[in-house]
Design a protein around this ligand. Structure first.
Ligand SMILES: C[S@@+](CC[C@H](N)C(=O)[O-])C[C@H]1O[C@@H](n2cnc3c(N)ncnc32)[C@H](O)[C@@H]1O
Length: 280
């Protein structure tokens, strides 16, 4: 388990451990090395969900004669883009970025190897993907290796979209999110929804420790109805320690959910929120 002495920092944010030091490294190896022992798995659960949402959203485009893009918010090193558009699994990505022989490569060597790796696995039904993340090194890496068609580092918690993101928003038809529900709020979604030009769907996996209500309200104000099946939870990762588990159990209870069999069994769990045009 990562912690003091394991080579990184795990600051606390509202009781949840933070991994800020692995978000802004030049390539994804530290991210995967740190999260492997915690069995971080939410992008794996999102893969079929996002593929289906992207296909259904693309079918809507076909009927209207134009193609829209996916915007992955908190995209980091392009993990969701990799899983969406390539024949690759999250397990293979863990294997790839933690394997001893790849630790000796320079970032430039890894970048070249990744570019060829993902190009060879590109799916015929690949859709354009834009990424948004405040970490410039992560987003840039994802774009450099071909996972993202465009990468943006605007912090919409702090300000408005810049000209590049504003132009890109006109193309966006689906917004996806994993692992970012504790970092972004309704402020980011408001800024995005204010800028879109097409019917936009949102598919978001958010920890049960966080209320999605403020975001759902924002989406409703933009004409999107949000549904969630609270009986279907998705394991996200192991807790770093007992203190983090106690925090999560209390947070889940405070939001009216039952931690039995989920957080009490040792892992954060997420819910899937799907927002589509319409009223409840
Ligand atoms: C736990 S990682 C999730 C990465 C990826 N989606 C996944 O599931 O593997 C959270 C990411 O959110 C990013 N982030 C934090 N604050 C943000 C903000 N205000 N806007 C966009 N991204 C942010 C971090 O840089 C980090 O890459």
């Amino acid at each position: 388990m990562a912690g003091p002495g394991s080579g990184g920092t795990e600051d606390m944010a509202g009781g949840k451990s933070r991994f800020d030091d692995i978000y802004s490294r030049p390539d994804p190896r530290p991210y995967f090395r740190r999260l492997a022992p915690l069995e971080y798995e939410i992008p794996h659960h999102a893969q079929p969900v996002f593929r289906q949402a992207a296909a259904e959203r693309a079918a809507l485009d076909d009927a209207r004669g134009h193609r829209s893009a996916v915007l992955d918010v908190c995209c980091s090193y392009g993990i969701n883009a990799a899983l969406l558009n390539h024949d690759v699994t999250l397990a293979e990505m863990y294997e790839r970025y933690t394997s001893p022989d790849r630790q000796a490569l320079s970032t430039a060597e890894l970048r070249a190897s990744d570019t060829a790796f993902y190009a060879a696995r590109r799916r015929p039904d690949a859709v354009p993907v834009f990424g948004l993340d405040v970490s410039a090194p992560a987003a840039r890496y994802a774009q450099d290796v071909g996972l993202l068609d465009a990468a943006f580092t605007d912090d919409l918690e702090q300000g408005s979209p810049g000209p590049g993101l504003s132009r890109a928003l006109a193309e966006v038809g689906l917004i996806t999110l994993t692992g970012g529900g504790t970092y972004i709020t309704a402020r980011t979604l408001t800024a995005l929804l204010d800028g879109v030009r097409r019917p936009v769907w949102v598919s978001a996996f958010v920890l049960r420790t966080v209320s999605y209500r403020p975001i759902a309200r924002t989406l409703a104000a933009h004409g999107l109805n949000t549904t969630v099946d609270t009986s279907r939870t998705y394991p996200q990762r192991l807790f770093t320690d007992e203190r983090e588990q106690r925090y999560a159990i209390a947070a889940v209870r405070a939001l009216g959910a039952d931690p039995a069999g989920c957080e009490e069994a040792g892992r954060f769990h997420s819910l899937l929120y799907e927002s589509r045009p319409g009223t409840p």
